[in-house]
Design a binder for this molecule. Structure first.
Ligand SMILES: [Zn+2]
Length: 97
């Protein structure tokens, strides 16, 4: 469709981008994933763990795509192990209906 229109530049809430769909949203509606040195890729609900992070939005389709493709692995500059995938699958949001 057409252009989304003008985007007002507000700086009240830190904005993050979903690595799959590139949707920008405020920090709280995205889930941070962090690559840790010892424990692989972990879900980071507090957003405070140190390490290279990437964000996924709350759309389960994005989680599916993150698991099915290497987009997340690339964003984190790592490869996803079986344990990582299982962890992410468990953290995947369930659609509300
Ligand atoms: Zn997304």
């Amino acid at each position: 469709m057409g252009k989304p229109g003008t985007s007002p530049r507000r700086r009240r809430v830190p904005q993050r981008t979903c690595v799959v769909c590139r949707t920008t949203a405020d920090k709280r509606s995205l889930t941070r994933l962090v690559r840790t040195p010892d424990e692989g890729v972990q879900v980071d609900p507090t957003g405070k763990r140190s390490g290279r992070g990437a964000y996924l939005c709350d759309d389960p389709a994005c989680w599916d795509r993150a698991l099915a493709s290497d987009v997340l692995a690339k964003a984190l500059r790592t490869t996803l192990s079986e344990a990582d995938r299982a962890r992410l699958a468990a953290a995947r949001p369930t659609p509300e209906e």
